[in-house]
Design a protein around this ligand. Structure first.
Ligand SMILES: [Zn+2]
Length: 878
């Protein structure tokens, strides 16, 4: 009874006589005693209230929960108590009691007892809420005051205290705050809160109490947060990204009500993390170096002089009409341009009399010097540290944003009529054409050909022409036997870290002759089978309506006629779809051709790849089919196994003509010569009003970090980029420059990196410009919609919300090379504006909240790096 007396004394001392206090400590040795006690209390209470019908239930609940409690986890109401205690002195106890009376009304003993379980006890009059720890060994139990009996109990090792103010008014604000602060801790401990208890409070008011000592205060449209604070574990937030019924205001409206509301009017909590952090002298130095890197990139990248939205203003809001005659050749003017290869780079002159070089591009020495500069920057310890900190901060800002706004984003999505994840446009930004069908599709196609055209002569092997039937007889296979397992094109365990084995999977049934018949365009049947197969894939895409693809198709550089051969295959097979554009991929196989004696120097390859392109650009009549085909080519890609060891290039590399040894040049050597020639070609094509071709190589799938450094300087966007996880500096630079990453986590999982280690989710949180792509559906995917499969697995494994998925889909349209007209139709008329102005939720299903958040944070980051002097254009970099 000492404690009780002490209690009263203290209450008297501070004159808080209006508060009736009850406190009791108990120490029960047996469950039976506890039960008896609870029942006794309950009976008495019920008598007094004249409501005795709940008794049995109540008692049972105590038994059940009491049993759980033994040795159980410590419940974390502590936070609420601290908050109350640390805050204003205006009736804290009243509020607290209010909360508890609410709880009692719900009949939840667990919650009522909860606060005491941490052994903390607050004396009602103890000044500004200083908690008093009950010393060990105090007597247990009890006081029952004015008819409000709180059954409480403690295990022998725990003490609990409680006080009750029977007539105290309920205070929803304070209650809510108490529960709000409870949320995080519960999640961490994965304890169950009684669901009945939460909702009323949360709906009443999601804000923290005014006296909250919280790191941020939630006001209707405004949030200020301390940028240093990292109170939130990401796991908590991710798990709420969709359901989010624990955050703030969560109205429960009828669906129609949601639709009546304009999503644009959606209110949300803006993160205002003011960069009061003035950089120190050392940091400012680092930022200047980063600025310099970004400026270097700007000096390399090809940008069109006139943006497409200035060239073509779209007034017609209806769907762009499909191109009725995509392969119609309209004669175009030949110009007098003269071009020649000089040290591996094409030089263009206005005519044969002029020696004035047009469209100059940085030479190899400059490029390799700049590349080494970037590499030095990425290796410097202080720069790495700062970039790492910035990246982690970006991640935390996004987490905070989700915590505050996930529900509002979800609501905004609900109120965008018609649109959902299924009917937002998504582009497969990285997929190889010869693997674009899935294995079942290929199998079905092979079987049908074997049935319908067994006597077609399809291949010349070992001195004889073979029909399709004979080919299968020579392999001892019948159409009936054939199944997906025999086809054996799928990646499996054996391909991990074995790019060579992965490449062999392109051979159906392990037979290169089947690959030649079905998956090549330059075979005896002029690629007719592959053409038909491609058309089937196109019609699947068209049926899906909302899925597009950018197929890579190879030019090897073995002979100049490859271009004409490819173009005529496309044109003759009428391979055109509104859902498809083409990229040219160049396999880095110099050493193979050298060994085979096909080429003598690296220069041969460059000649074979680029000279036809300059010819057709200067004089379209010279290769009419190539000319029309190039209108649908939007990018140039570099492919092959990046994990092969290579020597890092130096400033003084041999020129391509001098490169006659048997070794393959390094990745960055390929990158420079492709970039430089493409840059010149684009300048020439632009000057003639023709379409241009962006440099979009594979980079950072494996291998050295200098691949990513090289592509940082010269690539428009890249495929993969998973190795950015190893370099905080490059990762930060890719973020600042918003270089698109077409990532394929399932493909990585087959080749280089386990799915659960893939950096995609981290990059996404940090705000890198990421999209999801399939790479090789033939080897990797199982379903008819490989792109949706890719999204689906990412969404499940990484718990991406619908908003996240739609944002990724929107990114993919930006990264893609589809026309201005299509992009404006797909993602909104003003898509080329940065930030929310460029977003149309009715088309993208991405809430403005999300777009504005990304834009604001990126702009702030740019200002930090440019020390407040960043000049940010209102339109996107195209
Ligand atoms: Zn690829």
């Amino acid at each position: 009874m000492d404690a009780y007396a002490l209690h009263l004394a203290m209450a008297a001392l501070v004159g808080a006589s209006f508060v009736a206090v009850s406190a009791y400590y108990m120490h029960r040795k047996t469950l039976t005693q506890l039960l008896d006690f609870a029942r006794a209390l309950e009976r008495k209470r019920d008598r007094e209230r004249g409501a005795g019908d709940e008794e049995a239930d109540y008692g049972q609940q105590v038994v059940k929960k009491g049993a759980q409690r033994r040795g159980g986890p410590v419940y974390r109401r502590k936070a609420a108590y601290y908050k109350r205690g640390g805050g204003s002195a205006s009736l804290p106890e009243m509020a607290l009691v209010g909360a508890e009376v609410d709880g009692e009304a719900e009949g939840d003993v667990e919650e009522l007892a909860g606060p005491m379980m941490n052994g903390q006890f607050f004396a009602p009059g103890a000044g500004a809420g200083e908690g008093m720890l009950i010393p060990p060994g105090l007597p247990r139990l009890h006081t029952v005051h004015e008819g409000n009996k709180q059954p409480t109990r403690a295990t022998p090792t725990k003490r609990s205290g409680h006080f009750i103010k029977p007539t105290s008014p309920k205070s929803p604000v304070a209650s809510a705050s108490a529960f709000e602060s409870l949320e995080g801790s519960d999640e961490e401990d994965s304890l169950a809160i009684d669901a009945k208890l939460d909702t009323s409070y949360l709906h009443a008011n999601g804000n923290f109490g005014p006296d909250s000592n919280s790191l941020f205060q939630n006001m209707p449209t405004d949030i200020t947060a301390n940028a240093e604070a990292k109170p939130l574990s990401s796991s908590i937030i991710r798990s709420h990204s969709v359901s989010g019924d624990l955050h703030g205001v969560q109205p429960d409206p009828v669906a129609a009500d949601i639709l009546r509301k304009e999503p644009e009017q959606e209110r949300f909590a803006r993160l205002k993390i003011s960069p009061t952090e003035t950089p120190s002298v050392d940091e400012a130095e680092v930022y200047k170096i980063l600025q310099n890197c970004l400026e270097l990139r700007k000096s390399y990248i090809f940008r069109e002089k006139v943006e497409p939205w200035e060239k073509e203003v779209i007034t017609d809001p209806s769907t762009p009409k499909p191109n009725a005659e995509p392969f119609a050749y309209v004669e175009e003017q030949k110009t007098d341009h003269i071009f020649e290869m000089v040290d591996g780079v094409v030089h263009v002159y206005p005519n044969k009399d002029s020696k004035e070089r047009l469209f100059p591009v940085a030479d190899a020495t400059t490029f390799f010097t700049d590349l080494h500069h970037i590499l030095r920057v990425t290796a410097a310890g202080n720069i790495r540290t700062l970039c790492h900190q910035r990246l982690v901060l970006l991640e935390q800002k996004f987490n905070l944003h989700l915590m505050l706004n996930a529900d509002k984003e979800f609501l905004a999505q609900k109120s965008a009529p018609h649109r959902d994840f299924y009917n937002v446009r998504k582009v497969d930004t990285h997929v190889h054409h010869s693997a674009c069908m899935n294995q079942k599709h290929l199998l079905r196609f092979i079987k049908s050909k074997l049935r319908k055209e067994p006597d077609e002569v399809v291949i010349f092997r070992d001195g004889t022409y073979l029909t399709l039937k004979e080919v299968f007889e020579s392999l001892d296979l019948s159409g009936y036997d054939l199944n997906v397992d025999l086809l054996d094109v799928h990646a499996d365990k054996s391909t991990f870290h074995r790019f060579d084995k992965f490449n062999l999977k392109y051979n159906p049934c392990g037979q290169s002759r089947l690959r030649e018949i079905f998956l090549k365009q330059d075979n005896l049947i002029q690629g007719r089978f592959l053409g038909e197969l491609t058309k089937q894939v196109f019609s699947d895409l068209a049926a899906s309506k909302y899925q597009m693809a950018e197929y890579r198709i190879s030019i090897y550089g073995r002979k100049q006629s490859e271009w004409d051969q490819l173009a005529s295959w496309i044109v003759n097979n009428d391979l055109y779809s509104e859902n498809v554009v083409w990229l040219i991929q160049i396999p880095r196989l110099y050493n193979v051709y050298k060994e085979m004696g096909i080429v003598t120097s690296f220069q041969n390859i460059l000649d074979n790849i680029f000279l036809p392109l300059f010819e057709v650009t200067v004089n379209p009549d010279s290769h009419p089919q190539l000319h029309v085909f190039l209108k649908q080519v939007v990018g140039l890609d570099l492919v092959d196994d990046e994990s092969k060891p290579e020597r890092r290039p130096t400033k003084h590399m041999p020129t391509p003509a001098q490169w006659t040894n048997v070794f393959n040049p390094a990745f960055s050597y390929y990158v420079y010569y492709c970039y430089a020639n493409l840059y010149t070609l684009n300048k020439l094509r632009e000057s003639k009003g023709m379409t241009t071709i962006k440099f979009r190589p594979h980079s950072g799938e494996a291998g050295d970090i200098d691949h990513l450094a090289a592509t940082f300087l010269v690539a428009h966007n890249i495929a993969h980029g998973i190795n950015l996880r190893k370099s905080p500096v490059l990762q930060y630079l890719y973020y600042l420059a918003q270089i698109g990453l077409a990532m394929s986590p399932l493909s990585n999982n087959s080749l280089f990196l386990d799915y659960h280690r893939n950096p995609f989710p981290m990059f996404f949180l940090r705000g890198l410009n990421v999209s999801l792509s399939t790479d090789d559906p033939l080897q990797i995917h199982l379903t008819k919609e490989p792109l949706v499969e890719e999204y689906s697995i990412a969404a499940s494994v990484w718990k991406l919300s619908s908003c996240d998925l739609c944002e990724i889909a929107r990114n993919s349209v930006y990264q893609s090379g589809f026309s201005h007209a299509l992009k404006s139709h797909w993602i909104g008329k003003m898509y080329y504006k940065r930030g929310p102005d460029g977003n149309d939720i009715h088309r993208t299903n991405v809430p403005h909240i999300r777009v504005e958040f990304r834009y604001t944070i990126w702009r702030e980051e740019m200002q930090i790096v440019y020390l407040g002097k960043a000049n940010i254009c209102e339109e996107i970099d195209n």
